[in-house]
Design a protein around this ligand. Structure first.
Ligand SMILES: Nc1nc2c(c(=O)[nH]1)N[C@H]1C(S)=C(S)[C@@H](COP(=O)(O)OP(=O)(O)OC[C@H]3O[C@@H](n4cnc5c(=O)[nH]c(N)nc54)[C@H](O)[C@@H]3O)O[C@H]1N2
Ligand SMILES: Nc1nc2c(c(=O)[nH]1)N[C@H]1C(S)=C(S)[C@@H](COP(=O)(O)OP(=O)(O)OC[C@H]3O[C@@H](n4cnc5c(=O)[nH]c(N)nc54)[C@H](O)[C@@H]3O)O[C@H]1N2
Ligand SMILES: [Mo]
Length: 668
């Protein structure tokens, strides 16, 4: 008999889906989207489906492994826990807590595995990264402008009459946005997509603008210039709810649509027309992706775009907004399960994440002696992976918790396996788009004596006598985590089992025109930005330039069928490098030809794919392939964005060459 059980997708994605598992004879036999989930609506994407493949993958790690010379030996859990505890104790005794580096990223979004943070905080704070590989430039920008980052509820988008998707590729990265877009369009909304590449999302647009990469700030300011010049601004909103409009308007003088056209490569009339569509079809909604902030000017770009919404009064109004992420929902969840509030504040040492290799090489007081990595594959995902691999190798002891022997796990000394979302009860939500808290029940038992991460940290805490660490069952921890919701709304886990819970937030953020900024207004002019050393007004700052030896800008966006590196496991096909058919750099290289992509940081093999949707001057390779195939971050540089210490991945330049002959081979 087949049973259908509710669980949730733990992948780091906008959509945060509710899923159903079909179970027969104690084995999961199928996965589908939950038709009752208000955002998922019965649809499952390719990477969600692959949760099943990963669950029963023959190469899944099932027991702890310790490196023994060139080989791995399987060890019992007790031994593994003992090794970790001793490594921590020794490092702390000799060098202090900061000699331990804890690195966790977005591999798993469930609450039950967020105890890692609590564990290291209870240890007093170790060395942890700050900034982000992902979204930090845009977050910092919106905090200057609005004071916080808040998004409209997905269903509110349907009210928009014009929708601008700016640097996001939802067909690939946010597929459950698409039905809302389609509904809006059926009701007459115009869809504008702004992306240098003709993506699958751009193909659906009424208007597709392809600015030169990193020039969107100039485009937005050129549009703003036209809106001010043609008096398409919302005077009431400007005078009541904004700060610094006059200074902003003055700063736009030189950035005419013609000037913006020269910078972006677009036509001045197209810039004017786009601005008019946006301003005349109120309410208009802007949806910003992470793609356009992976630049040295990424934060400014987002500030320039936000300004368009403020100018036209498209804020605090249904169908409007500048949607980037949604932090207003997260305040309801206590990720520490109530355990942190009464503890002394931790004292971590931090370093900018994108510059991790540099930090590992240079940290002296104290140097890093032990690294623990969980929910992440930094040797593939952090920029400049060759430098990362070398710096990682020099650290005396590395521990990785993962389901698979990733490139990072392979470089470690001790690898600990972990459960799949299907093997543990958990609660999952995402702060990027969908405001729902989902329940994930334990669908099947973990194989063998596989220890959950929750229990691993509990054992470690006992072993290290961590005072105040919650020595309680996982279910109890989850109950504590939602206690604020229980108090306010009577939410219980039992209730969550029946339906996802919409985390309380305004479906239309900033409804009263009161903002979380120091002035309480939308800030065109931000003193805080000035105090942080940046321009107070949204400003266009050009991105980095190509050089004669490396003429192609390398864009490395997200693959439709994999979440980062998670679904490239054990593939040996080389990455696909897309280039314009007539690009001079193609130099007679044939379609499908084996090539080598070279940057100042390194080189990788690839297969050439001519694509008229990629403008000349750009090479596009999706990120995620592992090192055995050709990990694209061997090419990227560890440059930071202007705000938030985000990775400016897209400020990398490269060239292409025919692949070296077989004898010569690829240098590693
Ligand atoms: N299938 C899948 N879905 C995912 C993920 C995944 O790996 N795979 N990852 C998840 C995560 S963690 C994230 S952060 C999101 C990211 O999702 P998105 O926000 O969609 O991010 P990217 O893929 O980085 O870039 C999106 C688009 O930005 C464009 N772009 C690049 N440079 C510029 C520019 O200068 N201007 C403009 N206007 N556009 C530019 C790229 O061409 C690309 O099409 O997706 C989430 N969803
Ligand atoms: N060039 C380039 N690089 C990029 C990007 C880009 O656009 N271009 N995008 C960046 C972005 S937006 C992000 S968010 C980062 C993502 O960077 P990462 O989060 O490091 O990427 P993943 O490949 O998803 O690695 C997650 C790992 O967690 C493991 N995992 C899955 N479930 C569990 C679990 O329950 N417990 C534990 N311990 N492990 C688990 C998976 O097997 C996988 O190996 O990458 C960044 N890197
Ligand atoms: Mo991300």
């Amino acid at each position: 008999m087949t049973q259908t059980l509710k669980f949730a997708c733990p992948l780091d994605c906008f959509d945060a889906c509710g899923l159903l598992a079909e179970v027969a004879d104690g084995r999961v036999v199928g996965l589908k989207g939950d038709p009752a989930h208000p955002v998922t609506r019965g649809r499952i994407c390719v990477k969600g489906k692959k949760l099943l493949e990963r669950l029963y993958h023959p190469q899944r790690l099932l027991a702890p492994r310790l490196k023994d010379g060139e080989k791995w030996k399987t060890i019992p859990w007790e031994t593994a826990i003992d090794i970790v505890a001793r490594q921590f104790e020794n490092a702390i005794q000799t060098y202090g807590r900061h000699a331990i580096l804890y690195y966790a990223d977005s591999g798993y979004g469930g609450l039950v595995k967020s105890v890692d943070r609590l564990f290291f905080n209870r240890l007093g704070g170790v060395t942890v990264p700050r900034g982000s590989l992902c979204w930090a430039a845009g977050m910092a920008a919106q905090r200057y402008d609005f004071g916080d980052v808040r998004g409209h509820a997905p269903h509110d988008l349907v009210q928009a009459r014009c929708i601008v998707i700016w640097g996001r590729n939802p067909v690939a990265t946010n597929p459950h946005l698409m039905p809302f877009l389609q509904k809006a369009r059926q009701q007459g909304a115009r869809l504008i997509v702004i992306d240098p590449i003709k993506t699958l999302s751009a193909r659906q647009a009424d208007i597709h603008l392809q600015p030169r990469p990193g020039t969107d700030g100039a485009l937005a300011l050129g549009m703003a210039h036209h809106l001010v010049a043609s008096n398409r601004v919302d005077d009431a909103f400007l005078s009541r709810h904004t700060h610094g409009f006059n200074r902003f308007a003055d700063s736009l003088q030189a950035l005419t649509p013609e000037a913006a056209a020269a910078v972006t490569g677009l036509d001045a009339n197209t810039i004017r027309r786009t601005a008019e569509q946006y301003a005349d079809r109120i309410p208009s909604s802007i949806i910003i992706g992470m793609g356009l902030q992976r630049y040295t000017n990424g934060g400014q770009t987002v500030r320039c775009i936000d300004a368009l919404a403020a100018l036209t009064g498209n804020i605090g109004r249904s169908g409007g907004g500048v949607n980037y992420a949604n932090r207003s929902i997260t305040r309801w969840i206590d990720r520490d399960g109530g355990a942190q509030s009464d503890a002394p504040p931790p004292d971590p040492r931090t370093f900018p994440l994108p510059r991790m290799a540099h930090f590992l090489r240079s940290a002296k007081t104290p140097p890093i002696k032990v690294i623990m990595v969980a929910k992440a594959n930094p040797l593939v995902q952090v920029p400049d992976s060759r430098a990362m691999q070398a710096a990682f190798a020099r650290v005396p002891f590395k521990i990785v918790i993962d389901m698979f022997m990733t490139d990072t796990a392979r470089a470690a000394d001790l690898v600990l396996p972990c459960t799949s979302i299907l093997e543990e009860e958990d609660l999952v939500y995402s702060s990027m788009f969908s405001p729902y808290l989902n329940y994930a029940r334990q669908v099947v038992a973990p194989p063998g004596d596989l220890l959950s991460e929750y229990d691993l940290f509990r054992h470690l805490a006992r072993r290290l006598n961590l005072s105040g660490y919650p020595d309680i069952p996982a279910r109890h921890f989850l109950e504590n985590a939602i206690r604020p919701l229980t108090r306010e709304f009577g939410l219980t886990i039992d209730r969550l089992q029946t339906a996802p819970f919409k985390l309380p937030h305004d479906d239309v953020p900033w409804p009263d025109g009161k903002f979380a900024t120091p002035s309480g207004r939308y800030e065109f002019y931000s003193n805080k930005a000035r105090q942080d050393g940046g321009p107070p007004l949204p400003t266009y700052i050009p991105p980095l330039d190509a050089s004669p030896a490396f003429t192609l800008r390398l864009l490395t966006p997200h693959h439709a069928h994999s979440l980062h590196s998670q679904h490239f496991a054990f593939r040996d096909d080389v990455p696909v490098a897309s280039i314009h058919p007539d690009a001079p750099e193609r130099q007679g290289l044939a379609s499908g030809q084996a090539i080598q992509v070279v940057s100042p940081q390194g080189q990788i093999p690839a297969r050439l794919e001519p694509d008229p949707g990629v403008p000349p001057g750009i090479l596009k390779i999706d990120q995620g392939w592992w090192h055995q195939s050709g990990a694209v971050n061997r090419l990227t540089r560890d440059t930071l964005s202007d705000m938030g210490e985000n990775a400016a991945f897209f400020e990398t330049f490269c060239r292409i060459e025919p692949a070296p002959d077989k004898q010569g081979g690829h240098t590693p």
